[in-house]
Design a protein around this ligand. Structure first.
Ligand code: SAM
Length: 487
């Protein structure tokens, strides 16, 4: 996986396992230590959990030894993610020996699959809570306080946590994530998400707008609308996406799709930058691209995972589009928004993948020339369709070699893309100090590329016009020429 400052918003490896803390309430007497793994949805969920537990008498801490309750928000997407969490649970169990009052709970995607193993066989945790059961935490904690194990992994038809105001943990005060859908209905054959996070449901647009407005009032300048498949967003009064067919005519007439939601958010806060992630090619429609073009505050950047360039593999993955349809979508994006940045997720070594399929992936990448990407070797996940129906038959060494090849090609394309910015003056939102230099700010342009420039008199949260003078494959380097009109 290419790792740089510019892609950290989606999966930040340096954030994996980080503890989240928020302002303490002096009336709270117990201490919560919460660690998060996986995608941004998980980090966003930890903010919901911390918010629920703040009302139950818990302040957050970063010191493991002083915690009364340790929670691990887990990820199942690849085997490696699960192994990392297992190692952490062993560590917590060791700490428990010296601090017997401490309780340990597992949250998130590993909960359903491993609940009996963790609670009954290995006895390494006291509590297991699935991603739709966080509102039950007060009851579950009471159970463990009384000495019993507690478990709730029930997946919900309508839980969206729309009524829980998330606390912002470890925030830069400028950018925030706003969850708009939960679960996923796509049933990609490699993917565990539909099993761990349940069926797809959308959050009430009014509660989304309220959260966005509150963020603006608190000084935030950029939001990312989050979901496994945001383009599939559909609000018709509540309920699962798959049950939309059964909705009344009135519900259908007043329903809100993703393009409409984008417009509502863009108009509610015209100076707030708006991003979204993740888009699935099969669900991304022209009206979304047109909404992006119509509103200046919607950023020109789309994360558009494709996974493979081979039609045969796309079919085996149950990605419901062809390579040609994907090209048509890319052409439409570039026609309507010529400077739109596009990033990818790609998997090498899916069962039966041949050298010819791999060459198709490389040629697809050549066609699109993505701005950046997240690339992975296939990891068989228990319970998925691929695990049940297909043999994991591509040797590890071949998966890795193909992965290296696509990463190298992506690096070349990333450099090609950053070079296109040279000499231009672009609006940058300042997010913080550059990781490499205290004298420089770090921010992003509309295309989500990281820009660094000397600090001068500018401040975090300012919108600044920056002239781009140099670039690496991941970063643009420039100098500020004044505040932008958005400031
Ligand atoms: N919902 C998005 C989609 O369908 O494109 C992203 C889902 S997932 C959280 C993020 C990425 O992890 C996927 O796009 C895929 O590239 C990768 N991934 C998912 N399952 C995987 C597996 N079994 N092995 C390797 N990579 C996987």
């Amino acid at each position: 996986m290419i790792k740089d400052e510019s892609v950290e918003k989606i999966i930040d490896e340096s954030q994996q396992g980080s503890t989240l803390t928020l302002e303490n309430n002096h009336k709270n007497t117990r201490k919560l230590y919460i660690e998060s793994y996986g995608c941004q949805m998980n980090f966003s969920d930890s903010e919901i959990v911390a918010s629920i537990l703040a009302k139950e008498g818990f302040n957050t801490t970063q010191i493991l030894d002083e915690a009364d309750l340790v929670l691990v928000n887990t990820c199942s997407i690849r085997e490696k993610a699960e192994q990392t969490v297992r190692k952490r649970l062993e560590k917590f169990n060791a700490v428990k020996k010296t601090n017997p009052g401490m309780k340990v709970g597992v949250l998130g995607c590993m909960a359903e699959r491993l609940k009996s193993k963790f609670l009954e066989e290995e006895k390494i945790v006291d509590m297991v809570v699935g991603p739709d059961a966080y509102k039950d935490l007060p009851n579950l904690i009471q159970e463990i306080d009384e000495g019993r194990n507690a478990v709730n992994v029930i997946l919900s038809k309508d839980e969206t946590y729309g009524d829980v105001a998330p606390v912002r943990l470890n925030s830069n005060g400028v950018t925030a994530f706003v969850s708009i859908t939960r679960g996923c209905d796509n049933m990609c054959t490699f993917c565990v998400v539909p099993f761990t996070r349940g069926r797809e449901r959308s959050r009430d647009p009014q509660s989304i707008l309220q959260e966005v407005n509150e963020l603006w009032e608190k000084g935030f300048k950029e939001i990312t609308l989050l979901g496994q498949n945001v383009d599939s967003y559909l609000w018709y009064g509540g309920g699962l996406k798959k049950d939309y067919e059964k909705a009344s005519d009135m519900q259908k007439a007043t329903s809100v799709n993703f393009a409409k939601l984008l417009e509502l958010v863009a108009e509610a806060q015209p100076k707030m930058r708006i991003r979204f992630s993740t888009s699935n090619p099969q669900d991304m429609t022209l009206d979304v691209i047109e909404a992006m073009a119509k509103y200046e505050n919607i950023c020109n950047y789309i994360h558009l995972p494709v996974q493979s360039g081979s039609n045969r593999i796309l079919k085996a993955m149950n990605r419901l589009h062809t390579r040609e349809e994907y090209f048509e979508l890319i052409d439409n994006i570039k026609k309507i928004i010529p400077d739109c940045a596009i990033s990818q997720d790609m998997i090498t070594g899916f069962p039966t993948e041949t050298e010819e399929d791999h060459q198709d992936t490389l040629s697809l990448m050549e066609y699109v020339k993505y701005d950046f990407g997240f690339m992975f070797a296939y990891s068989e996940r228990p319970g998925t369709l691929a695990e049940r129906k297909m043999e994991d038959d591509v040797p590890e060494a071949i998966k890795k070699r193909r992965l290296t090849e696509i990463i190298e090609l992506q690096q070349k394309h990333s450099h090609y893309r950053t070079q296109q910015h040279l000499g231009k003056t672009e609006e940058v939102l300042i997010e913080g100090t550059s990781k490499k230099s205290d004298a420089h700010w770090m921010g992003r342009n509309s295309q989500n590329t990281v820009v660094v420039f000397p600090k001068e008199h500018y401040n975090i949260g300012d919108f600044v016009n920056v002239k781009i003078n140099e670039c690496t494959s991941a970063t643009l380097i420039g100098e500020a020429v004044g505040y932008s009109k958005n400031n």
